[in-house]
Design a protein around this ligand. Sequence first.
Ligand SMILES: NC(=O)c1ccc[n+]([C@@H]2O[C@H](COP(=O)([O-])OP(=O)(O)OC[C@H]3O[C@@H](n4cnc5c(N)ncnc54)[C@H](O)[C@@H]3O)[C@@H](O)[C@H]2O)c1
Length: 302
Amino acid sequence: MENNAADTPTDGRILVVGAGAMGSQIAMACALAGYRVRLHDIAEESLEKARANLTGVMERRVAKGRLSQAESDAAFARLESTTDLDGAAVDADVVIEAAVEKLEVKQDLFARLDTLCPSHTILASNSSSFVPSAIGARTERPDRVCNLHFFNPALVMKCVEVVRSPDTSDATMDAAVALVERLGKEAVVLNKEINGFVANRILGALRDEAVALLEGGYASVSDIDKACRTALGHPMGPFELQDMTGLDIGHAVKQGRYAESGDPADQPQRSLAERVEAGHLGRKTGQGWYRYDSEGNKLGEA
Ligand SMILES: NC(=O)c1ccc[n+]([C@@H]2O[C@H](COP(=O)([O-])OP(=O)(O)OC[C@H]3O[C@@H](n4cnc5c(N)ncnc54)[C@H](O)[C@@H]3O)[C@@H](O)[C@H]2O)c1
């Protein structure tokens, strides 16, 4: 059985803001661990989609015997959906924000949550890149702001990066790490904030080296991927992975980092930029570093 607590409700109320791919699964992970959870979104259809997706995920888990029907029912009973942020925030002990990746949206949300939530409430963001000092800049509680960075899919992936700003208190970090552990996940603590955190920075460095080797004419796309799979034991190579996640995503991350650092090394490389400009974004467009047929089967290098 997974980490869940159908019969042992956990103290504390969690508010998850944003019911997209990440927020919906983070909310369910918390409900499975016994927390009472409110899932908020500005869009009613996002909440409906979240509920439908979670119902499917939980049904599959029950069918596979990884969860009992009673545990699934109890988790759903602890999970409430709402478009009313004011009402949802009044008694939240922890907020996990998983709205769109736009700094202004997050700063506005944190400023608003700061006025709506009790003074003890921890405000955490699931942002993939923005640091807590930036997101919480307009709150009166920088000591209770941190990042809780889950990975996709949040119900499956074990790692959660817990990121502190220079103002985040030890008590906030301790509570955040305890929450991650209560969810049955592994906390990776960042003692100092940095854009992109640990796992995605390492992934980015690998991707950059792969593109540099390709652009230098040292090896082909498929041989670089082969080296990562067969020598390093990676489940897929860096080009295969980019085709899966979307070249536009990696391109946007590099642009964002360049805007912040001004370091030319952070700019998207020529071969990546050319593909994105041509609309070759990976599997979703049928071509990225590789070409794919309409069923998504790889045909060969692009
Ligand atoms: N998708 C990933 O692989 C991944 C992984 C880790 C972290 N993240 C981060 O998680 C966050 C959410 O990503 P996602 O992939 O779930 O996005 P998504 O587009 O699937 O969902 C975003 C949701 O936020 C809602 N929203 C937008 N503005 C809002 C507001 N002001 N108040 C409440 N809800 C609002 C939207 O209606 C939408 O339902 C982003 O910060 C992203 O960087 C994403």
